[in-house]
Design a binder for this molecule. Structure first.
Ligand code: GLN
Length: 229
């Protein structure tokens, strides 16, 4: 029999990412980050029981499509191509793509400076699609884990990385260690949403909860904690 006060639904499976700092990442066997805590607050408001399923970013689309997870919250950029295949919540984070290059690079000051250069990014990401559309690039190299793209840059095996601004910022302030710099303007404005199949029954409730965590100060305090202002 179902437990009193609770439907007989099983907890939802929610896909998150192993290495999208500071939003969702695994460290010392724990799943952490801004989105992990934001989702917890959203789920409480929406009365959703869930368990997190961490994976690589490249696996998320397939995991949602196949039903291995019911939802994904992992810095997923809402864009036209994805909206053809998935449902998204209202956006909860505004951001964009940026260029990272080595600290001593003088050629690359903006997008134009990427002509003839090798750019690394995460395979299948919005940045991967964007970089593929920049005219005159020598090559776009995709890595399943963005840390590998950052390492390639740090070791001067590639000329630049294009990726999500907050991830780049986090790398610069930690492992980047003075060896890299962000250049130019934000290339492409993007926003993140919770992703589900088009048949999902949860998007409406999630949207209400996103509004609620915005109104009661929860969002603001999580933002301050994880984004450091
Ligand atoms: N925002 C990027 C995308 O949606 C990267 C997301 C991620 O790596 N988790 O493709």
């Amino acid at each position: 029999a179902a437990t009193a006060g609770c439907s007989n639904n099983k907890p939802l499976k929610v896909g998150v990412e192993n290495n999208f700092r500071p939003f969702t990442y695994t460290e010392g066997g724990e799943i952490k980050g801004f989105e992990v805590e934001l989702w917890q607050a959203i789920a409480e408001k929406a009365n959703i029981e869930y368990e997190l399923v961490p994976m690589e970013a490249v696996e998320l689309n397939e995991a949602v499509t196949s039903g291995e997870v019911d939802l994904a919250i992992a810095g997923l950029t809402v864009n036209k191509a994805r909206k053809d295949n998935f449902a998204f919540s209202e956006p909860y984070f505004e951001t964009g793509l940026v260029i990272l290059t080595t600290a001593d690079n003088t050629d690359i000051q903006d997008k134009k400076g990427l002509a003839g250069k090798v750019v690394a990014t995460q395979t299948g990401s919005s940045a991967y699609t964007y970089a593929g559309g920049i005219e005159g690039l020598k090559e776009v190299r995709g890595y399943a884990d963005i840390s590998e793209a950052y390492n390639q840059l740090k070791n001067k095996k590639v000329d630049a990385v294009i990726f999500d601004e907050r991830s780049v910022h986090h790398f610069m302030q930690t492992t980047g260690d003075g060896k890299v710099k962000m250049v130019g303007e934000v290339l492409n404005k993007e926003s993140y949403g919770v992703m589900a199949t088009k048949e999902s029954r949860y998007i409406g409730r999630i949207n209400q909860a996103i509004t609620a965590v915005g109104n009661d100060g929860t969002y603001e305090s999580l933002y301050a904690k994880w984004m450091g202002g």
